[in-house]
Unconditional design. Structure first.
Length: 300
């Protein structure tokens, strides 16, 4: 375990590659540990010359938990937000963005390439909008602007993601995890069944903490529409999305790119709401080429 104090909380992180190389911070999504960044992708980015750092967001994995915040009602939080009432939540996406910047501080990193997936994309957008001096480039993967009139997730995908757990033993979690993976995964790149089972078991043994996910979800709901904040982003931005994403529809990628000045859009046919190993090389190429071009574009 490698833990560090960042933004006054304990953050679990892993660092790969030459520490003198350009830093690339990977920010993961809702209820997902740092291990959801495929090791194959981490290694591919390291091979392209980056120091790659992945970490557990607050309230998940091995980072600090917020048990004292207690349970939160997602339906009630959503209803308040729909009626224009800012819901009271244990913490915000802005707080989570500050965690990431705090991690960079603790590691002595002045600036980094920021890469976020799903909720991690939302957090990364806020890092770029609210801490522009810390961002060399932004890559927002399978994320959105938070604009509520965008197409909603497929019913099957949402049902799988939000299905209540009857038990918390490994067998139950394995069935639950496989259902989610099949419902939101890439139709053109289905995960190998044995590999999928192994990843679920490995993640379960590393950490299982279901209580954090509703609090993270509440932070997403409370954050609302980010489009005005996205307009403030000056970092070179790449928006990456799967054309077959059933959870965060591809229209969300177009909306994100539209509201960030100069943003480029990279779409992968057949990709859903996951990071399939079959796309590791083209994904790593897109991210690394964007990061390199961003640095090259900075005036001497």
């Amino acid at each position: 375990m490698t833990q560090i104090t960042a933004n006054n909380i304990t953050i679990e992180y892993e660092s790969y590659g030459d520490e003198t190389g350009p830093a690339m911070l990977l920010v993961m999504g809702l209820g997902a540990q740092l291990t959801y960044w495929p090791m194959e992708l981490v290694e591919a980015l390291v091979a392209r010359g980056f120091r790659v750092i992945r970490y557990d967001n607050r309230d998940i994995g091995l980072s600090q938990k917020f048990d004292s915040a207690g349970k939160i009602s997602i339906p009630w939080t959503f209803i308040k937000a729909r009626f224009g009432i800012t819901p009271k939540v244990p913490y915000t996406l802005t707080d989570m963005a500050a965690d990431a910047v705090g991690l960079l501080d603790a590691l002595g990193i002045d600036k980094a390439h920021i890469v976020g997936a799903s909720m991690g994309g939302m957090i990364s957008q806020l890092i770029a909008a609210e801490h522009p001096g810390r961002v060399l480039s932004l890559t927002s993967i399978m994320s959105t602007t938070g604009y509520r009139k965008l197409p909603q997730a497929d019913k099957e995908a949402m049902q799988a993601l939000t299905a209540p757990l009857k038990n918390t033993d490994l067998d139950t979690i394995r069935v639950h995890g496989v259902r989610i993976a099949r419902a939101i995964g890439s139709p053109a790149y289905p995960a190998d069944e044995a590999d999928l089972h192994q990843r679920i078991e490995s993640n379960f043994k590393r950490s299982f903490y279901a209580a954090g996910m509703p609090r993270q979800m509440a932070a997403i709901i409370a954050d609302g529409d980010r489009r005005a904040r996205l307009a403030k982003i000056t970092a070179p931005t790449l928006v990456v999305h799967g054309e077959a994403d059933p959870l965060v529809k591809v229209e969300c990628a177009h909306d994100t790119a539209q509201h960030i000045s100069g943003a480029k859009l990279k779409l992968f046919p057949g990709m859903g709401h996951d990071l399939p190993v079959q796309l590791v090389d083209p994904m790593a190429d897109a991210i690394s080429e964007h990061a390199a071009s961003a640095v090259d574009s900075v005036p001497a």
